[in-house]
Design a protein around this ligand. Structure first.
Ligand code: FES
Ligand SMILES: [Fe+2]
Length: 350
């Protein structure tokens, strides 16, 4: 287990479903090295370290429906036990930790905490990702930035005016309206650019002189899962919808200072148009890979391993969502640690 405090009784995105085919995939999730493969028993997530000489099992292959270690050929099945030894009986002690794993909403999710509490119903609703009436383009980037910096980024979308200026800057920015609210532990933010001409990224899709409202609403769910709904409406008439899209921003901590960023954009127009897919893919690559990521990585380099909130940052009204999300996450981590601490500590082995 890592030294950093992470929420463990929750689902983290490990990969997009289509990232795992015939080969196993290894990734570190909140400090835990994990390998996921598709075997005879479906999806399996195991500790990514062979108990023989500690080689990552993700270097191995799926053979006869189980995972074969690349070094000396021990094989491990869904239960985490060694099920085959090429030179004799599988050793009783040869077993690795098993993690609950599920594929839902196009993503593969792993649960790090108590397996008995791994309830699929706790995964927030991202059903739009597999809606056949929509076209969805997914992607992934790795960032040398702590996942909590990514949460700040996603819960305060005022940055689009500056970081994504070439796509999204709006003349309506000085009139920005924003609000923050909460439903259970989910934090919602909405920002509206009111009564302005279309930003560059939608100017091609409509009369560039037409005045519109653009609203971006985010729903943050612990630990770091964001659904973004963008809608273009007639000025002052939020019920008069013109067009929009959903996107998912699913951030998984790797270890302190680094994270996996899974993103997806889902539209309900031009669904069968590969050229639009390509345009979206390019926008994602530039927007996240070349615009957000360098900012977050530069910020991480300055903050280092300090806790950003303890550095007494200036808090703007537009930080309301990010501050709430950080508070909820910190509270849940603390509650979880207290819960674990309340358990009797086992006697050390003699
Ligand atoms: S290290 Fe895996 S079989 Fe030897
Ligand atoms: Fe961004």
């Amino acid at each position: 287990m890592s030294g950093a405090a992470y929420l463990r009784n929750c689902w983290y995105v490990f990969a997009w479903g289509d990232e795992i085919g015939e080969s196993p995939l290894g990734r570190t999730i909140a400090g835990d090295p994990i390998v996921v493969f598709r075997g005879d028993d479906g999806l399996v997530a195991l500790e990514d370290m062979c108990p023989h000489r500690f080689v990552p099992l993700s270097r191995g292959t799926v053979t006869d429906g189980v995972l074969e270690c690349a070094y000396h050929g021990l094989r491990f099945g869904a239960g985490g036990r060694c099920v085959f030894n090429p030179l004799g009986d599988p050793p009783e002690a040869a077993k690795v930790r098993v993690y609950p794993v599920v594929q839902l909403h196009a993503a593969i999710w792993v649960w790090l905490g108590d397996p008995d509490r791994a309830d699929v119903a706790l995964i927030p609703d991202f059903a739009f990702l597999t809606d056949p009436a929509r076209a969805t383009v997914t992607g992934y980037t790795y960032a040398r930035a702590d996942y909590q910096l990514a949460i700040d980024n996603l819960t305060d979308l005022t940055h689009v005016q500056f970081v994504h200026r070439d796509f999204q800057a709006s003349e309506a920015y000085p009139r920005l309206e924003h609000r923050t609210w909460q439903e259970g532990d989910d934090v919602y933010r909405a920002i509206t650019f009111p009564d302005g001409r279309p930003a560059p990224f939608i100017a091609g899709a409509m009369d560039p002189e037409k005045r519109i409202d653009i609203t971006m609403e985010t729903r943050w769910s612990a630990p770091s899962l964001v659904k973004l709904t963008a809608s273009v409406t007639e000025p002052g008439r939020p019920d008069h919808y013109l067009f929009g899209n959903y996107s998912a921003h699913l951030v998984t901590p790797e270890q302190p200072g680094t994270c996996h960023y899974f993103y997806a954009h889902s539209r309900d127009y031009g669904v069968d148009d590969p050229a639009t897919d390509q345009r979206v893919r390019e926008w994602q690559r530039i927007g996240f890979g070349e615009q957000d990521k360098p900012i977050l990585e530069a910020q991480q380099a300055r903050v280092g391993n300090r806790d950003l909130m303890k550095m007494r940052p200036v808090i703007l009204p537009t930080d309301a969502g990010g501050v709430r999300a950080r508070r909820i996450l910190a509270k849940r981590i603390l509650e979880e640690e207290r819960g674990i601490a309340a358990e009797p500590t086992p006697e050390p082995a003699q």
